[in-house]
Design a protein around this ligand. Structure first.
Ligand SMILES: Cc1ncc(COP(=O)(O)O)c(C=O)c1O
Length: 363
């Protein structure tokens, strides 16, 4: 591989911006010149557009996907003394959001080969204190959500662009972190729901618990805070929306070419996945990652540890391995490869060649 070519990265946000620059910059400038920076018609338009994408009536913006999850749980009244069931493989924010409500996350194992919530493990974990289940629709695939008589909150952070969108829960939380398929130019998130009462609670929770200016209430037992989508981020999202369909189509096309080379190493995907992250499993993952890097392909480990092994919640790998063995096995083998709309045909050819070479070196 030619030494003077830049490495193939997992994402290229500057290239993505260039494709939609005129539309995004026009909209952002209009917000800046309009002087309405928090709330207002642009935010309402973005909230409505994303809610429609998710197949829900209401969208309530939040400061991040993490906040969106915590607000969704709080709107349901989840709090201290309650338990929330979450899968052991996710970005840590899923657990963090439960902890921010004061409740206890109950980490359950995932299936195989895909690291999606195992419905039997979830059913076995239900107790009288279980107040919610959070299936994580990881990498853009829809996780099963068992009907256990407990409210479901979709962690749909990686699911904007999934068709049909996950609709298991009363509420779905998404993230607009810049690397997401629909990303902002900073942090942002949103909760979508069909329930007007929940939508109103979410709005109040994210706006200091206010009914009218400077009159504050507890909402579903919780003190409010400040977590809203701002006008500039809403404008960026609206500027990206028209490109979303084409973006997802290109990701699926590249993913299909990777699948053809990788066979069973590639995780199975739902046909409607936007390929938020393209992940493979390989028994010599670390060696494969190094071989790919040597050949100019940058990759990432999504995720290196089951959430139950994270030190922040007092976990350790040995216990996590015993309690959630499929999650631990996944985390030992998972590797995310570049698969995004800003790869040129030449990049895809280089990627496939590098993969062939690296796989042969790891055989
Ligand atoms: C599965 C999952 N949940 C939650 C989050 C949190 O979103 P954010 O980074 O916007 O707080 C993310 C994204 O990073 C995620 O991938």
């Amino acid at each position: 591989m030619s030494a003077d070519l830049p490495p193939i990265a997992l994402v290229d946000l500057a290239a993505r911006h260039r494709r939609v620059a005129d539309e995004v910059e026009r909209r952002v400038l209009a917000v800046l010149r309009g002087g309405r920076y928090v709330g207002g018609p642009v935010v309402e338009e973005a909230e409505g557009a994303v809610a429609a994408l998710l197949g829900r009536r209401f969208g309530v913006g939040a400061g991040s996907g993490t906040d969106a999850l915590a607000l969704a749980l709080k709107a349901l009244g989840v709090g201290p003394g309650d338990e929330v069931i979450v899968p052991a493989v996710s970005f840590f924010a899923t657990v963090e959001s439960v902890l921010h409500t004061g409740a206890t996350p109950v980490l359950v194992d995932v299936g195989a080969p895909r690291p999606l919530l195992d419905p039997d493990a979830a059913a076995a974990a239900v107790t009288t204190r279980t107040r919610a289940i959070v299936p994580v629709h990881l990498f853009g695939d829809v996780a099963p959500a068992p009907a256990l008589g407990v409210p479901i909150v979709d962690d749909a952070a990686q699911s904007v662009g999934t068709s049909p969108p996950p609709r298991q829960g009363l509420l779905a939380a998404v993230s607009f972190y810049p690397t997401k398929v629909l990303g902002a130019a900073g942090d942002g998130g949103l909760v979508a729901t069909d329930d007007p009462e929940l939508a109103q609670r979410l709005r109040r929770l994210g706006s200091h618990g206010m009914s009218v200016n400077n009159v504050h209430h507890r909402v579903a037992g919780h003190v409010g805070g400040n977590s809203r989508l701002d006008g500039v981020q809403a404008a960026v999202l609206l500027g990206h929306l028209a490109a979303l369909h084409e973006r997802v189509a290109r990701r699926r096309e590249i993913a299909a070419r990777l699948d053809a080379l990788l066979g069973d190493l590639a995780l199975p995907r739902d046909p409607g996945s936007p390929v938020s992250v393209y992940v493979i499993r390989h028994p010599r993952r670390d060696r494969l990652q190094a071989e790919l890097q040597r050949r100019g392909v940058l990759t990432a480990v999504y995720y290196p540890l089951p959430m139950s092994a994270q030190e922040v919640i007092g976990g350790d790998l040995a216990r996590a391995r015993a309690a959630t063995p499929r999650a631990a096995a996944f985390c030992d083998e998972a590797l995310a490869l570049p698969c995004h709309e800003d790869l040129s045909e030449a990049d895809v050819a280089r990627l496939l060649e590098a993969l062939s070479g690296a796989l042969a070196a790891c055989a």
